[in-house]
Design a protein around this ligand. Structure first.
Ligand code: GLC
Length: 754
C-alpha cells in the first residue's frame, strides 16, 4: 500500500484537488496513479478533447440508457444492476475509473429541472435502485460517486441556496436513501452537493460529511466535490471533503499547504484525506481494464429492454391498446417527438448515443413487416413544431394537417411532451403544463377522432388533468434513452405489455403539490415546510385526489393477489403472497408493500413504502409466489429529541397493492421496538414524566401525599387533567399545594437519568 509519508506537504496538498477537469494528480514514482472520471449516470459521457460539466461539449459515443426518471418507473433492481454492469464495461473501454452517479436526490418538487436524473419521490425506491446501480457498476471494477450529497432538490440558486430541513424529514426523507446505499453498496466515493444544508455548505459541512457519513454510517471512501462546489478549500478539507473537482489551478492546494504551515489546519486531517485518495487511486488502478471494447449492439438491446420496462400505462379505456397491426386499420402517428424523440435530459448527464431509434421509424418498420391482406397502414403528421421561432402560420398549417389526418384514420397515436428547453440541469420549471400548442392539438385531435392514444415524453411530471378525459389512453414514457422509439413501438403494438409504475405522483394541479408554497424559496433560503409529507405522503395525509397516484401503472393484462402471510425472520419481517395473471396476455406485476401504524408516539405519514417485489413475465393463468423482506431498519423513525433512529413497539400493518391507492390485501404483525427512555429534565412535562418507565413511578412516589386529591379534582381525560399534564416538572416547585422543592426535583432528574 503506497503511503503518504514519502510525500512532501505540497505534494500531499496537490492530491486534494483535481489535476484537470476529469482527472486527479498522479505520482507515478510513488505508485499513486491518476484517477480518470466521467459523468453518468444514464450513459458514459467521456470527453477526450472538450471538457465541460454542462453537457455542451462533445463526448465519445456511448449507450444512452433510460435516464433515472424512466428506470425509476421500472422498479426493477435486477434490470438496474444489469444496466450498471453495461455502463461499467463502457467506462472501462474509455479508461474511466469513476462514473459520476447515481443521482438519488428526492423529487421534492415537480418543478425541479433535474428531476429526470433522479429516481423517485420516495426514499426506499430511490435506495433500492441506487444500491443495485452501485453494485452493478463497482462489481465490474468502476467506482461510483453517489450524488448529490445532500438535500439538492432544486436547480434554482443551487450553488448558494440553503435547504432548511427539520431533523426528521432530513434523516427520514432526504438522507435515508444515501444511508442505505452507503451501508449496503459501499460506493467508492460520495459527491457533495453545491447547496447549503441548514446554513452550511455541503462541501464544508462536517456534521454531514464526517459525523453522519463517516461516524454514523461507516463510510470509508473518499468525498469528492461537485464541480465548483468548494467555497473554502481549507474548511472543506477540515470537514472531510477530500477531493476538490475540478482543478482549482493550484489555489486549493496552496491554501491547504499554507493552512497546515500556519497551524490553521492539522496535518493529520490532510493525511487522512490523502490516504483515502491514495487508496481510491490504488483501487481504481487495480480494477482498471483499459480499452476493453464494449458490445454496442447488446447494450442497445439492453437499453430497449429497459425502455420497455420504464413506460407507464396510465389509462387504457376500451382496451384501445395494444393496437393490432393486422387489423387493416389506418393509423395516424402525429407529433414531432415521434420523428425526433426526446430521449434524455440536458446538462452534465447528456451523452452522444451510439444510435437513436425514433418511434415513427420503428412503427413504420413494424407495419412494413406485417404481411397479409389486413395489414394496417400508418401515416405521419408532425402536428406541432418544437422550434420556438416558428411563424404562427406554420403552427396553424401543422395543426390543420394533423386534424385532417386524424379525421381520416381509424386510430391516432399522438406523441407529445416537454421540449428540451422546458427542463434541464441548471434551472427549474415555472409550471407543469404541456406547451399550449400541444394541449390545443389534443383538443382538436380528440374532436376529430375518439380513438386517441397520447404518448408523453417528459423528464418530469406534466399536468394531465386538463385533458385526461378527452382521450381513452395515455402512455407516460418519460425519457427512454436511445432505444425508446423501438420500445414504444413494441408496447403500442403489444409485442410487450407495459409494466412500469409511477415513481412519483401525478397531481391534479401544481397548487396541490407539497412544496408549492416553499419553492424555490427566496433570499438564498428554501424552507422544507412540508416536512415528512413529500409526494404521496402529502396527498394521502391531506386525503387529496390526484390524477394518478404513486405506484400506479396498468398492464394489458390483470393480476389477482392471494395468500398473504407475514412473519418475523430474525430481525426482519417477511411478507409473502401469490400473484396470478388473470388476464389474456403475458405481463409482469410490481407488488408494493406500504407500512401503516396507529398510536405512534410521533407524527407519521398515512402509509410509507417499505418494500416491493416484481414478478417474472407471467403467462395468462400463471401464478408466482413473491416474498418481500422488510429489514428492521426500514421500520425506524428518527427521534429528533433523542437524535437517534428507533423502532417503536407497535402493531405494523402492511398494505399490499398495485399502487399506493390500489390496495389489494393487508397483513399485520406486532414488532418489539427499541428501548425508549427519553431523557427527562425539569423542562419535561408531567405527561412525559408519567409515561416514562422509570420517571413515572419515581415522580408518583414523590407526589404521593397529594396525588389522590389532585386525581380527584382532575379526573383522567378532564380538561383540568390535560392542563396539569402539560405542566413542566420545574413548575411544581412553585405550587404551594405541592410539597416539593427545586432541590428535590433536581435530585429526581439526576436519579432518573443516571
Ligand atoms: C455537474 C453536476 C454533477 C456532475 C458534475 C460533473 O454540475 O451537478 O452531477 O457529475 O458537475 O459534470
Amino acid at each position: 500500500m503506497p503511503n503518504n509519508e514519502s510525500l512532501s506537504l505540497d505534494e500531499k496538498a496537490s492530491l486534494t484537488s483535481g489535476a484537470g477537469w476529469w482527472n486527479t494528480v498522479a505520482f507515478a514514482g510513488r505508485s499513486i496513479p491518476e484517477i480518470t472520471m466521467a459523468d453518468g449516470p444514464h450513459g458514459v459521457r467521456y470527453q477526450e478533447a472538450d471538457a465541460d460539466h454542462l453537457g455542451v461539449g462533445n463526448s465519445a459515443p456511448s449507450t444512452c440508457f433510460p435516464p433515472a426518471v424512466g428506470l425509476g418507473s421500472s422498479w426493477d433492481r435486477e434490470l438496474t444492476q444489469r444496466i450498471a454492469v453495461a455502463l461499467a464495461h463502457e467506462a472501462q473501454s474509455f479508461g474511466i475509473n469513476l462514473l459520476l452517479g447515481p443521482g438519488i436526490n428526492i423529487k421534492r418538487s415537480l418543478l425541479c429541472g433535474r428531476n429526470f436524473e433522479y429516481f423517485s419521490e420516495d426514499p426506499l425506491l430511490s435506495a433500492e435502485l441506487g444500491v443495485a446501480w452501485v453494485n452493478g457498476l463497482q462489481g465490474e471494477g468502476v467506482g461510483a460517486s453517489l450524488k448529490h450529497f445532500a438535500v439538492n432538490n432544486q436547480e434554482s440558486e443551487r450553488m448558494i441556496v440553503s435547504a432548511n430541513v427539520a431533523p426528521r424529514p432530513l434523516q427520514e426523507i432526504y438522507l435515508r436513501a444515501f444511508r442505505r446505499v452507503v451501508t449496503d453498496a459501499k460506493p467508492w466515493t460520495v459527491m457533495c452537493s453545491y447547496n447549503r444544508i441548514n446554513g452550511v455548505h455541503a462541501s464544508e459541512n462536517s456534521w454531514l460529511l464526517t459525523d453522519v457519513l463517516r461516524h454514523d454510517w461507516g463510510f470509508d471512501g473518499a468525498v469528492i466535490s461537485d464541480w465548483g462546489a468548494v467555497v473554502d478549500r481549507v474548511k472543506a478539507l477540515a470537514a472531510g471533503m477530500d477531493l476538490e473537482m475540478p482543478t482549482s489551478s493550484g489555489q486549493g492546494p496552496a491554501a491547504v499547504a499554507s493552512a497546515v504551515r500556519t497551524g490553521a489546519l492539522p496535518e493529520t486531517l490532510l493525511d487522512q484525506s490523502v490516504q483515502r485518495l491514495i487508496t481510491l487511486a490504488r483501487i481504481s488502478a487495480e480494477n482498471a481494464r483499459p480499452r476493453t471494447p464494449f458490445d454496442a449492439d447488446a447494450h442497445h438491446d439492453l437499453a430497449r429492454e429497459a425502455a420497455t420496462r420504464s413506460a407507464v400505462l396510465l389509462k387504457n379505456e376500451t382496451d384501445l391498446l395494444p393496437l393490432d397491426p393486422t387489423s387493416g386499420q389506418k393509423i395516424a402517428v402525429i407529433g414531432e417527438f415521434a420523428r425526433n424523440p426526446r430521449y434524455q435530459g440536458a446538462g452534465s448527464s447528456k451523452v452522444v448515443p451510439t444510435r437513436l431509434d425514433s418511434a415513427w421509424n420503428a412503427i413504420s418498420e413494424l407495419i412494413d413487416a406485417t404481411t397479409g391482406p389486413d395489414a394496417s397502414t400508418v401515416h405521419y403528421a408532425p402536428g406541432f413544431t418544437t422550434s420556438e421561432s416558428a411563424p404562427s402560420e406554420q403552427s396553424i398549417t401543422l395543426l390543420d394537417e394533423a386534424i385532417s389526418l386524424a379525421a381520416d384514420c381509424d386510430v391516432v397515436v399522438l406523441f407529445l411532451g416537454l421540449p428540451a428547453s422546458y427542463e434541464s440541469e441548471g434551472f427549474d420549471r415555472e409550471h407543469i403544463d404541456l406547451p399550449g400548442e400541444q394541449t390545443a392539438l389534443i383538443e382538436a385531435i380528440a374532436a376529430a377522432n375518439s380513438r386517441v392514444v397520447v404518448v408523453l415524453s417528459n423528464g418530469a411530471v406534466v399536468r394531465v388533468s386538463g385533458w385526461v378525459d378527452r382521450v381513452p389512453a395515455i402512455l407516460e414514457s418519460w425519457l427512454l434513452g436511445q432505444a425508446g422509439g423501438s420500445a414504444l413501438a413494441d408496447l403500442l403494438f403489444g409485442k410487450a405489455s407495459p409494466s412500469g409504475k409511477l415513481a412519483e405522483t401525478i397531481p391534479l394541479r401544481l397548487e396541490d403539490t407539497p412544496a408549492y408554497l416553499n419553492f424555490p424559496g427566496e433570499s438564498r433560503q428554501v424552507e422544507y415546510g412540508e416536512g415528512l409529507f413529500v409526494g404521496y405522503r402529502h396527498y394521502d395525509a391531506r386525503k387529496m385526489d390526484v390524477s394518478f397516484p404513486f405506484g400506479h401503472g396498468l398492464s394489458y393484462t390483470t393480476f389477482t393477489y392471494s395468500s398473504p402471510a407475514v412473519r418475523h425472520v430474525g430481525e426482519d419481517i417477511e411478507i409473502t403472497l401469490t400473484v396470478r395473471n388473470a388476464g389474456r396476455c403475458t405481463g409482469r406485476e410490481i407488488v408494493q408493500a406500504y407500512a401503516r401504524t396507529e398510536l405512534s408516539r410521533v407524527q407519521r405519514p398515512d402509509r410509507e413504502l417499505k418494500g416491493f417485489a416484481v414478478t417474472d413475465d407471467l403467462e395468462p393463468g400463471e401464478a408466482q409466489d413473491l416474498t418481500i423482506v422488510v429489514p428492521r431498519r426500514e421500520l425506524e423513525y428518527f427521534d429528533a429529541s433523542e437524535e437517534q433512529w428507533l423502532v417503536e413497539s407497535l402493531n405494523y400493518r402492511f398494505d399490499l397493492g398495485a399502487s399506493s391507492r390500489d390496495i389489494r390485501l393487508s397483513v399485520e404483525i406486532p414488532v418489539t421496538g427499541d428501548p425508549y427512555e427519553p431523557r427527562l429534565d425539569k423542562q419535561s412535562t408531567i405527561r412525559a414524566w408519567f409515561s416514562h418507565p422509570v420517571g413515572g413511578p419515581a415522580l408518583r412516589k414523590l407526589l404521593a401525599p397529594v396525588l389522590a386529591s389532585v386525581e380527584a379534582e382532575a379526573p383522567a381525560g378532564s380538561n383540568r387533567e390535560k392542563a396539569i399534564m402539560g405542566t413542566r416538572l420545574g413548575q411544581l416547585a412553585k405550587f404551594s399545594m405541592v410539597p416539593v422543592n427545586d432541590s428535590q426535583l433536581d435530585a429526581l432528574v439526576h436519579s432518573v437519568n443516571s
